[in-house]
Design a protein around this ligand. Sequence first.
Ligand code: ADP
Ligand code: ADP
Ligand code: MG
Length: 472
Amino acid sequence: MFKKILIANRGEIATRIIRACKEMGIKSAVIYTEEDSTALYIKKADEAYLVTPGPIEAYLNIHRIVDIAQKIRADAIHPGYGFVSENPKMAELCEKRGIVFIGPPSSAIELMGNKLKAREFMKEHNIPVVYGSDGPVENEKDAVKWGKMIGFPVILKASGGGGGRGLRIAKNENELKRYYSLAKSEAAKFFDNPEIFIEKYITKPHHIEVQVLGDHHGNVIHLGERDCSIQRRHQKVIEIAPSLVLSDKKRKELGALAVKIAKLVHYTNAGTMEFIVDSNMRYYFMEMNTRLQVEHPVTESVTGIDIVKKQIEIAAGLELGIKQKDVKIKGNAIECRLIAEDPQNAFLPNGGRITAYYSPGGIGVRIDGAVYKDYVVPDYYDPLLLKLTVMGGTWEEAVNRMRRALDEFVIRGIKTNIPYLQAIVNSEDFKKGYFDTEFINEHPELMDYANRVDPADLVIAIASAIAMHEGL
Ligand code: ADP
Ligand code: ADP
Ligand code: MG
C-alpha cells in the first residue's frame, strides 16, 4: 500500500481524501496557495506545501504538482474533482514519471473528456444517445439545418464544457441563431475548444447517473444510481440515492449498461456515467465523468462502501474485493450542497468572514466540510462551503432528517443558500418525490421562502437599532 499521497486539490474534497488516508494509515500531503493559507484542509493534512502563483494557476500546474510529489516522495497523487482531475496530460505525466495517478488511464480521460467524442463512441457501440447532430456544428446554417431536423427545443453543447457551463437551450430558430455564435465564442474562451454540437432538448427529464468502480484485474461493478435532477442552471443542488422513479428492472439495465461502457473504454478506478432519462423512462447516455464526483457521499451512504478508499486501493493494484451481488442498496440518502451565495441577490457568490458556525449532528447526518468560525471564505474559488448528507430508512425519514439538519445549521457572517435549500426540502412536490430537472424553474415560489427575513437576523437588526437609538 502507498505510504504517502499528495492531494492536488483544496476545500471540502481535500478534507474528504485526507480522511480516507488517515483511516488507511497513509500520510497525506496537500498543496495550498497564499489565498488559501487559512483553509481547514491544510490543518488536517500531515504535510502542506505552499504553491504559487495563486489563486488558481498553481492548482492547475501539472508539472509543478508532479515535481512536488517526487520531491516529497509521495507514491501517488489524488486529483479530487475539478482542477487537474480530468486533464489527460496530468494522468500521462504521472504515468511517465512513475507516480500513481489515482484515477483512470489517460486514454479513458482523453476519450470521455470530450462530450462529442464520447457521444460518437457510444453511437458506434449502439449505446443510446439523445438524437442530435452528427459531429460538430460548423456554422449557423448548419445549426439551423440540424435544429429543423431534430425539432425544437434543442440544446447547444460545448464539447469541452463541464460544471453546467457551455449549455444553451434554443426554443426556436431565432434563438438558435442568436445562441449559436455566442455559444461558440464562449466555448473557445472558457474551454479552449470552440466545438459545439446540438441535441434534442428532452423536456421534464431526470438526470440519473451510475457510479462504477473498476480494478486492474478486469473486475468492474456499479454501485447503483444517483438522481441529480434538482439543478439550478444545469448545476446540481441536491442529489439523492437511490432514484425514486426507476423500476428495479430499469435500475438493473442502467447499471449493466454503465458497466458495459466502462469495459468498452478499459476504465479503471471510480467513474460516473450520466444519463438523461425522459418521462417514459427511456434513457440516453449524456456524458461520463472520469473522476470522483462531488455527490459521491449519497452512494456511500446507501451502499456502505467508501469510494475514496476503493479508489486508493484500486490505484495501488488491489482487487476490488466486492462482487456485484454484494452491493446492496439500503435506505435513502439526500445531499445538499451548501454554497456561499446569496439567494436574495441572484445567487451571486458571497465571500467573507464566518462569524458563527454550528453544524448539525445526530443520527444519519454527515458533513463534508471545509469551514470553521472566523474562516474568511475567499472569493477566488468555487463557493461550495460543505456538503450535508443525510441517510434515512425511507425517503420520508430522509426528507424529515434533512429538514431537521438544515434547521439546526447556524452559519453567520456570510450569506448561504440554506434558506433556499429549506424551501426545496419543505415543498410538497419534493416531499412526494415529484421532481425532474425543471423543478427549480417550475417553482418560483421557492424564492418567497428564501426571501423571508431570518428571525435571528431580525433579532440582530432590532438589537442594533435599539443600540443606535440609545447611543450605545
Ligand atoms: P459533479 O457532477 O461532480 O458535480 P460538476 O460537473 O458539477 O460535477 O463539476 C464538478 C467540479 O468540476 C466543479 O467544481 C466544476 O466547476 C468543475 N468542472 C467540471 N468540468 C469543468 C470544466 N470543463 N471546466 C472547468 N471546471 C469544470
Ligand atoms: P455538464 O458537463 O455541464 O455536467 P451535461 O451534459 O452533463 O453537462 O448536462 C448538464 C445538465 O444539462 C444535465 O444534468 C441536464 O439537466 C441538462 N441537459 C443536458 N443535456 C440535455 C438534453 N439533451 N435534454 C435535456 N436536458 C439536458
Ligand atoms: Mg454532467
